[in-house]
Design a protein. Structure first.
Length: 539
C-alpha cells in the first residue's frame, strides 16, 4: 500500500473532509464542499464530492461508484468515514425529490441515499413518514408535474437529477419514479392532460436506458403526442444528460441539438402542414442558405447554389478517373466553413491524409508516398499541415455499415457533410449482393434525411462493354435502385484517355439542373480546378 492509500484518522476518530482530501487527486474546495477524482474508476472529470456531516463524511461519486468501492480503492474500512471511526454504516439521505400533483400538493418523495440507492416514502399526515408508497397506495405522478402545466414541449429523462439539471437551463423536463422500466401509460395521459403536445426522450447510454426510452416513446405516441428520440452524441457508456453537460457541453449545444431535430423528418409521427409551413417560413426569414457551395462555380449554378442538407449525392466513375481525389477536393474546400466527415473503406487514414496533403501543399503524391522529398518541399508541407489542422474535418476508416456511419455522425452534431468512399464496400442486410446494396443505398438516404446532413457517396460503375462512351446513370454498378435513391447523381468521365481533362456530368437532379462541367485534373497532386470561361464556352 502506498502513502496515498494510508489515510490518517483510521485509529480512533474517523476522517474529516480535509484529511480525506489529502488522499484524493485534483481536489477543489468551494465552501464546505470538496470535489476531486474518484479513486475507484478512471475519473477524468472530478466526479467525487464530499463534505463533513453530523456523524461523519458524506461522500458521493456522481459516476455511480458506491462508497464501499471508494473506500476499498483507498484501502480503508468503511467505518473510517464516521466521526468515531467505528460506528456501523447507516445509509444517509443525500437528496429528497418531491412528487406533487398538479396543484403542488406533496404526494410522495424519492430519496437518493448514500451509498447510492433510491427509496420512496409518503407523508402520514401527522408530520412523519410512511416508508413506502404502496400501503396505503398513493397516486403516481410525473416529477415536477405542477411546473409542466401549459408547457407544449417537455424533455423526458431517466432521473430526477437530470430533470433538475435541465430545468436549471430553462428546459422543461420530467421523469418517472423507479427508474428505467417503470414507465406506465398513465404517465403519458398525464402529459396530455397537462397540455403537452410534444416530448423529446433523452435516453441514458446503456441497453436499459435505450429500452426504457423506446417504451416511453411508444407510450407517448399511442397517447397522441409528437415524439422524438434524442440520443446525445459523444455520451460515454452508462452516461446521462448530466454527464454530457459535465463533459463540457453547454446549454447552447443542447439547444442546437433541439433545433436540429425540429427540422428532421421523424418517420413515426405526422407533421401537420401548419407546422411544416411555419418551419419553412422561419428558415426563409433567417436568410441562411441551406446548401453547401462546392469549389466549382459552374457546378454550383447547376445545383442552384450547392449541396443541400438532408440530401443524398452519388459520384460515380470508373476506377482511376479521380473520384476519390474529387471527393477530397470537396472536403478540403467545404471544411473551411462547415464540419465535414470523410469515411473511407478503400484507404487507411495515412493514405487519406497523404491525399489531402498533396492537394493542399502541391507536393507530388508520389514523392510523399515514397518519402522522396526535396528541401523546398518542406516549407510547403509545413504550411499545408498548419492549414489542414485548422479545418473542420473529421476522418474515419471504420464506417463499414450505415449504422456505424450514423454513430460517427452523432458523435458531432455540428457535422453537415458526410463523404463516403465508397458505396460498394459498405455492408448491408440482404442474402445477396444486390439486396445488400439496395439496403445500403436506402440506409444512406435515411441517414441524410433523419440526421439533416448532406451525404456525398462515391460509387463504382460498370461499362457493360460500352468502352469509353459518355457514361449514363445505368452504369451505376449493382442495382437499378441506385438510380432511384439519390437526389443528385454526378458522373465523372475522362473523354480522352491520355488527356487530364474531365467532364463532371450532372445526370440527375431532383430540384436542380442537369448539365456538364469541365474540370482539369492534375494527377501528380490529385488536384481539380474548373476550366476557364473560354474553355467553358466551347462546351
Amino acid at each position: 500500500m502506498d502513502d496515498r492509500q494510508v489515510p490518517r484518522g483510521t485509529s480512533g476518530a474517523g476522517l474529516n473532509a480535509v484529511e480525506f482530501a489529502s488522499h484524493i487527486q485534483g481536489v477543489k474546495r468551494t465552501g464546505q464542499e470538496h470535489t476531486g477524482r474518484c479513486p475507484s474508476h478512471d475519473d477524468q472529470r472530478a466526479s467525487l464530492s464530499w463534505r463533513d456531516g453530523e456523524k461523519g463524511l458524506i461522500v458521493t461519486c456522481f459516476a455511480g461508484c458506491t462508497v464501499q468501492a471508494i473506500t476499498a480503492a483507498l484501502g480503508v474500512p468503511l467505518t473510517a468515514l464516521f466521526a468515531d471511526g467505528s460506528q456501523p454504516f447507516k445509509p444517509q439521505i443525500v437528496k429528497a425529490y418531491d412528487y406533487c400533483d398538479e396543484a403542488g400538493t406533496l404526494l410522495y418523495q424519492v430519496l437518493r441515499m448514500l451509498p447510492k440507492d433510491f427509496r420512496q416514502r409518503q407523508p402520514d399526515g401527522k408530520g412523519d413518514w410512511i416508508r413506502n408508497i404502496t400501503k396505503p397506495p398513493v397516486r403516481r405522478v410525473l416529477y415536477r408535474l405542477k411546473e409542466l402545466q401549459g408547457e407544449q414541449e417537455v424533455k423526458i429523462v431517466e432521473g430526477e437529477k437530470d430533470a433538475d439539471r435541465l430545468w436549471a437551463l430553462g428546459v422543461p423536463a420530467t421523469t418517472n419514479s423507479g427508474g428505467a422500466g417503470k414507465w406506465v401509460d398513465e404517465y403519458s395521459a398525464i402529459l396530455v392532460a397537462s397540455g403537452v403536445l410534444r416530448v423529446v426522450v433523452i435516453p441514458d447510454n446503456d441497453p436499459p436506458g435505450e429500452a426504457h426510452a423506446k417504451t416511453v416513446a411508444d407510450s407517448c405516441r399511442a397517447a397522441g403526442l409528437l415524439v422524438t428520440l434524442l440520443p446525445l452524441p459523444g455520451l460515454a457508456l452508462k452516461g446521462d444528460v448530466s454527464d454530457w453537460l459535465d463533459a463540457g457541453h453547454t446549454a447552447k449545444d443542447l439547444q442546437r441539438l433541439m433545433t436540429d431535430i425540429s427540422t428532421v423528418k421523424d418517420p413515426d409521427r405526422i407533421v401537420w402542414m401548419a407546422d411544416a409551413v411555419r418551419d419553412y417560413v422561419d428558415s426563409l426569414d433567417k436568410g441562411a442558405p441551406s446548401f453547401i457551395p462546392t469549389p466549382f462555380p459552374d457546378l454550383n449554378k447547376l445545383l442552384c447554389g450547392g449541396i443541400e442538407y438532408g440530401e443524398l449525392y452519388y459520384l460515380a466513375a470508373k476506377g482511376g478517373e479521380g473520384k476519390s481525389a474529387l471527393a477530397i477536393e470537396l472536403a478540403r474546400y467545404v471544411s473551411n466553413s462547415e464540419h465535414t466527415l470523410v469515411v473511407s473503406q478503400e484507404m487507411g487514414l495515412a493514405a487519406i491524409v497523404r491525399r489531402f496533403m498533396a492537394q493542399e501543399s502541391g507536393v507530388s503524391a508520389t514523392r510523399l508516398r515514397q518519402h522522396n522529398l526535396l528541401p523546398t518541399d518542406w516549407t510547403r508541407i509545413s504550411k499545408a499541415a498548419s492549414d489542414l489542422s485548422e479545418r473542420k474535418l473529421g476522418l474515419s476508416s471504420n464506417g463499414t455499415t450505415v449504422k456505424k456511419i450514423r454513430a460517427l455522425v452523432r458523435q458531432a452534431p455540428e457535422i453537415k457533410l458526410v463523404i463516403v468512399d465508397y458505396l460498394q464496400l459498405l455492408r448491408g442486410d440482404g442474402k445477396d449482393s444486390r439486396a445488400q446494396l439496395e439496403a445500403v443505398s436506402a440506409g444512406l438516404l435515411e441517414l441524410a434525411k433523419q440526421e439533416n446532413v448532406a451525404v456525398f457517396c462515391l460509387s463504382a460503375v460498370t461499362t457493360r462493354g460500352e468502352g469509353n462512351k459518355t457514361p449514363g446513370m445505368h452504369w451505376l454498378r449493382g442495382s437499378g435502385m441506385l438510380e432511384h435513391d439519390p437526389d443528385v447523381i454526378l458522373l465523372l468521365h475522362q473523354p480522352v484517355p491520355t488527356d487530364p481533362t474531365r467532364e463532371l456530368i450532372v445526370a440527375k437532379a431532383r430540384d436542380a439542373h442537369v448539365g456538364r462541367v469541365r474540370l482539369h485534373f492534375s494527377p501528380e497532386i490529385l488536384h481539380f480546378v474548373e476550366a476557364s470561361s473560354q474553355e467553358r464556352d466551347k462546351l
